[in-house]
Ligand binder design. Structure first.
Ligand code: CAA
Length: 291
């Protein structure tokens, strides 16, 4: 099936990146959110990130203008009706996603493929609450979306082959690479990455190293572009905790227990970069470790 129009639900950190790369690849994009302010912020962010690509000669000024022209924003979910593919990228809470699908589905054409950018929730369970489990799958981008090469494609138990093939063709047209994952908690990337981050928090909690020494150790000792605590702040500590809980509950193995220190940061509202404070304090000129 030929996909031309893509609907993106949620204009946050991931949603704006998804709209950016889809529009840059030539798709007509409709971006929706419940907040006009979030939509305005997303358009401004996309503009800034495209400028960054122009200034590094990755794209031309004309491509930037054309890309911005292919993105429409709306507060009405119903405006996603004509989409060939919908990528849901709302808050990582199952009840929120289910409510969105319930509102959206009556507006969709029968051929529309419905996907979720969820980083850990069961695709099969999300699909079963819709009218089209065979046309439903996981479409998981990495942050920052315009830079990261990978997309995880996750088939639910009912996903049919044409749906998978159509999504794979979209990943190819975005110039990205697909990794296929079975539908088990947190899929591949987060099954491995988030427990590593959780272990870094335990390393801090037990006093083995400071924030600075843990991050330096992994950057210089394992060639990671960011240390694990810096990366946790980048992803969002609430998201890291939510994924640990999905692993802990879904696999019923104590090796996935979230570190109490991670829970404490989230309880404090110190969620990382997005709130100005996490394992680092971002409110000054330079990030300063908070422990
Ligand atoms: N949009 C467009 N371009 C961007 C960008 C954005 N949002 N952010 C960075 N860039 C570009 C820069 O312009 C630069 O381009 P060139 O290579 O052409 O010069 C390039 O990306 C590198 O950026 P910087 O030089 O500013 O910074 P850096 O070298 O420190 O790299 C980084 C930044 C790419 C984020 C790097 O630190 C990195 O790869 N970090 C790890 C990211 C990671 O692990 N992401 C996965 C998180 S897990 C996830 O997403 C799954 C989940 O569900 C939780």
């Amino acid at each position: 099936m030929d996909i031309q129009r893509i609907g993106v639900i949620g204009a946050g950190q991931m949603g704006n990146g998804i709209a950016h790369v889809c529009a840059l690849a030539g798709y007509d994009v409709t971006l929706t959110d419940i907040s006009q302010e979030a939509l305005d912020r997303a358009i401004a962010t996309i503009g800034r990130n495209l400028d960054r690509q122009v200034s590094r000669d990755k794209i031309t000024e004309a491509e930037k203008t054309a890309t911005m022209g292919r993105i429409a924003t709306t507060l009405a979910l119903a405006d996603l009706g004509p989409s060939d593919l919908v990528i849901e990228s709302a808050t990582e809470r199952e009840t929120v996603k289910q409510a969105i699908f319930e509102d959206l589905v009556p507006h969709l054409a029968p051929h529309t493929i419905l996907t979720s950018n969820t980083s850990s929730i069961s695709i099969t369970r999300l699909a079963s609450g819709t009218d089209r489990p065979e046309k439903f799958m996981g479409f998981h981008f990495m942050n920052p979306v315009p830079v990261m090469q990978l997309v995880e494609l996750i088939r639910g138990i009912a996903t049919d082959a044409p749906t998978f093939d159509a999504c794979k063709a979209v990943v190819d047209r975005l110039g990205k690479t697909a990794a296929t994952s079975e539908d088990f908690p947190a899929f591949i990337v987060n099954r491995i990455l988030i427990p590593m981050i959780n272990e870094a928090v335990y390393t801090l909690y037990e006093g083995v190293g400071s924030v600075a020494s843990i991050d330096m150790a992994l950057k210089l000792g394992a060639n990671h572009p960011m240390g694990p605590l810096e990366l946790a702040d980048f992803i969002g500590l609430d998201t890291c905790l939510a994924i640990m809980n999905v692993l802990h509950d879904g696999l019923a193995d104590t090796k996935y227990r979230p570190c109490p220190l991670l829970t404490k940061y989230v309880e404090a509202g110190w969620l990382g970069r997005k709130t100005g404070r996490g394992f680092y304090d971002y409110r000054g000129e330079e990030p300063v470790p908070t422990r």
